[in-house]
Design a protein. Sequence first.
Length: 241
Amino acid sequence: MCAIDRAGRHFSLPRLPRDMNIRSQLEISEPMIKRDLAAPDRKGLRHSDSNAETYSFQSRLVQARRENAIAQMALNYIAEGLTILLDAGSTTLSLARALRGNFQSLCVITNSIPAALELTKTNYKIILTGGELGDSNLALIGSAAAKTLKRYHADRAFLETSGITVAHGYSTADPLQAQVKQAMMRSADETYVLADSSKFGQAYLQSFASLSAISLTLTDSGMPGKYRDAFAERGMGFKCS
């Protein structure tokens, strides 16, 4: 039998008896064949998984930088000795971390267990709302949390949102979270929403505030132009990092 190698050269293959089992002749087992055939696929999958993990890590890093920048902006609206309400979420958790080292005396009322734990490293007065423990962000939500908030007055409330649209305002997927956010707004003199630019154009089940109900929206430089125009046309305050 004649064959051609990759260089185009002809060479002869040895003739094998018809009854010879080529697998046994080459001492290759069936599991080995299956494993070797699958190896390129596994390698490809590993490469694909690695790319996905790298992209996910980079996305989280970008998100964290945006949230930290927004939290730093929020510090400009807090003064020594104030009472503030701190909503549950990743950006407000960044704000809790940013408070440390910048203020000596604050009263912080929050429904966020991670934020409360973060602030135990300070001398602030910390008040947890109590309530039902939510599925995400270790947030305390529901009527019990809302009732607690009715008893307090705060100078500023700093809220998170899942989405922002002109028609639906500020919204979240969880009605129980919306209930707590509205209670915080009623207890505070001024309300600030901390939202990265990915939240614009998103609308979720429960609206908790119209655009006009918020004192100032703090976001990043990626805020879409049409929302900058919409806010400006309606006289709604916003600030980009």
